[in-house]
Design a protein around this ligand. Structure first.
Ligand code: TXA
Ligand code: MG
Length: 306
């Protein structure tokens, strides 16, 4: 399929079609959030279990109010970080705000305003809420390039927008604002950036049930993944962080730059998976700042996290 423009892509959404949509984080598979058949087609295309709710994408706070109850914390966070890679889980505005498939029967909804110019143009042209899970098939690494998105779920899409490689490369931070604020998924907007605006976050562990998408094996390549490896074995692909020499070398960031490593992570996991190696070894990555999100995705790629 040829890449198209936001006007044709919005028309495809209005007809109930699916659209490959670039965002600043990862590529999404977009559909009209109010069209149950279109939303069901997204679950089908991804092979996604129906209990795992989708993120609703909007142009900004005013549009978010159509689907969610935006309290003062949500408002200040949105003012600070939208458009951008922060998703807020809030009470649903009303039971019919979006198809009940979107929220998997919950009375809460996840909303975010993406920053990529093509996703913004699509949302403005479409004029309503749009669901967009990452465009990978369920359980696989999220696509961060147009080619990877087309490979994963392109055949199910009626239209596709080519926004080039994603700038952030990791999915958005997911923050629940139901009672106490809780981090459900670390991402590009870091814990400390959020705490600087609304104060300390509560522990997320106790709230695992509220985060139905956080299954153990997720973002996973086919090959086995070993973490915190300083010296890879011969035959392994090596995702390095800092200067390194190895046969199958995939450099996350030679200068140990966390944003650069995040942007390269999923593309390198995909390439390493296909390199003919017998496994993937990954260098230790610091856990502060953006490192929290990178290590979260790596643990899932290795199948560790429950
Ligand atoms: O960066 C992103 O967020 C990308 C781009 C395309 O916007 N989208 C994305 O969507 O990562 P997805 O579906 O792959 O991840 C959504 C996450 C899942 O872990 C899901 O369980 C969680 O958000 N989620 C959605 N609605 C929720 C809700 N009502 N309560 C708790 N978690 C929710
Ligand atoms: Mg996903």
């Amino acid at each position: 399929m040829e890449a198209t423009d936001p006007i044709s892509a919005a028309a495809a959404l209005k007809r109930g079609g699916l659209v490959i949509m670039p965002t600043e984080t990862v590529y999404g598979l977009a559909a009209d959030a109010r069209n149950t058949q279109a939303v069901m087609a997204v679950f089908e295309a991804k092979g996604r279990p129906s209990f795992n709710p989708l993120i609703v994408h909007v142009t900004g706070i005013e549009a978010a109010r159509q689907v969610a109850q935006v309290d003062v914390r949500a408002k200040v966070l949105a003012q600070r970080f939208w458009p951008g890679p922060l998703t807020l889980v809030l009470p649903l505005a009303n039971p019919n705000a979006v198809s009940h498939w979107v929220v998997a029967g919950l009375d809460t909804v996840a909303v975010r305003a993406p920053a990529h110019p093509l996703s913004r143009a699509l949302l403005e042209e479409f004029g309503g809420p749009v669901v967009a899970p990452s465009a990978n098939r369920s359980g696989r690494p999220s696509p961060t390039t147009f080619a990877a998105a087309m490979e994963e779920t392109g055949p199910s899409a009626a239209a596709a927008l080519d926004g080039g490689p994603c700038e952030v490369g990791l999915e958005s931070t997911v923050l629940a604002l139901l009672d106490k604020p809780r981090l459900l998924r670390p991402g590009a907007i870091t814990r400390s950036q959020i705490e600087a605006v609304i104060g300390p976050l509560a522990e997320a562990e106790a709230d695992a049930k509220r985060s139905p998408g956080r299954m153990a094996r997720h973002y996973a390549p086919e090959l086995p993944v070993r973490l915190n490896v300083e010296s890879p074995e011969p035959g392994e692909a090596y995702l390095a962080f800092g200067p390194a020499r190895h046969d199958r070398l995939f450099q996350l960031s030679e200068t140990r730059n966390l944003p650069e490593a995040a942007a390269n992570l999923f593309a390198h996991l995909r390439a390493a998976d296909r390199s003919g190696a017998r496994g993937i070894a990954v260098a230790p990555i610091p856990t502060d700042g953006l490192g929290e999100a990178i290590n979260d995705r790596l643990k899932r790629a290795a199948g560790f996290v429950g």
